[in-house]
Design a protein around this ligand. Structure first.
Ligand SMILES: [Zn+2]
Ligand SMILES: [Zn+2]
Length: 243
């Protein structure tokens, strides 16, 4: 979660983005994504799909499942899995219920966020968000890959905002799902249990910035950005901040 740390996005119907593979001529939209802001934290639950197979993943179903169901039916895609970037309530609170409903498996985050996922119900009571504890079917680690239809996403373990945060990257399609690690103009908060400011900057400096300036990313809150825009303008990534 990143409540209060970033400008929220308005609570409106899902916004769709199309990613174009740049090396093809003419461009082929291989990947599409619908972003569905959910929970009082306006978390960007993302329905990501492979346009060729129309198979999809629901990434970070934190709550407001009826809005996620609407996006799935509007898109006409088949959800084959749930992916979690990390264990915070606004990202994971609805995962167990959606898994039961759709009959799919949950992949991610890294096992270091297990303590967060086990305590989601108590967290939910504190925040007034319906929440169930969840045990993923597969933990993710650095170097793993996950698939969505015919897409392959590389897994980067990026601790700092939470110890088990992961970032998912498609090097072919030039985009990433970064959870709460990096935002347009900001970075993830590090004052929650397991947070580590130095580790967060190391994750961004050593794993995200080297991906390349042209990588577009969807983050857990607020608008999309690119690695290049953040490298050049993000105040948390300038000069001595990166040491
Ligand atoms: Zn969040
Ligand atoms: Zn978070």
């Amino acid at each position: 979660m990143n409540g209060g740390f970033h400008p929220g996005v308005s609570r409106k119907a899902c916004r769709s983005y199309v990613f174009l593979r740049q090396s093809k001529d003419p461009p082929v939209p291989n990947v599409r994504a619908a972003i569905i802001p959910v929970t009082p934290f306006q978390q960007n639950c993302t329905l990501l799909w492979c346009e060729k197979t129309r198979k999809a993943a629901v990434i970070d179903p934190g709550g407001d499942l009826e809005r996620i169901r609407d996006a799935i039916s509007q898109s006409g895609v088949t959800v084959e899995k749930i992916l979690l970037t990390h264990g915070h309530i606004d990202h994971a609170a609805g995962a167990a219920e959606l898994r039961d409903e759709l009959g799919v498996l949950i992949e991610g985050p890294h096992q270091a966020d297990d303590f967060l996922l086990q305590h989601l119900a108590a967290q939910g009571q504190a925040y007034g968000i319906p929440a169930r504890a969840v045990a993923p079917d597969r933990w993710l680690d650095e170097g793993d890959t996950v698939t969505v239809g015919e897409l392959t996403l590389d897994v980067l373990h990026c601790p700092g905002h939470s110890p088990g945060s992961v970032v998912l990257v498609s090097k072919d399609e030039r985009f990433a799902i970064v959870g709460d690690v990096l935002f347009q103009g900001s970075v993830g908060r590090v004052d929650l249990p397991g947070g580590d400011g130095k580790a967060l900057i190391r994750s961004i400096r050593d794993k995200l910035l080297p991906l390349g300036d042209d990588i577009a990313f969807i983050c857990g809150h607020g608008p999309m950005s690119t690695i290049g825009q953040e490298r050049q303008t993000n105040p948390f990534l300038q000069g001595k901040e990166l040491l």
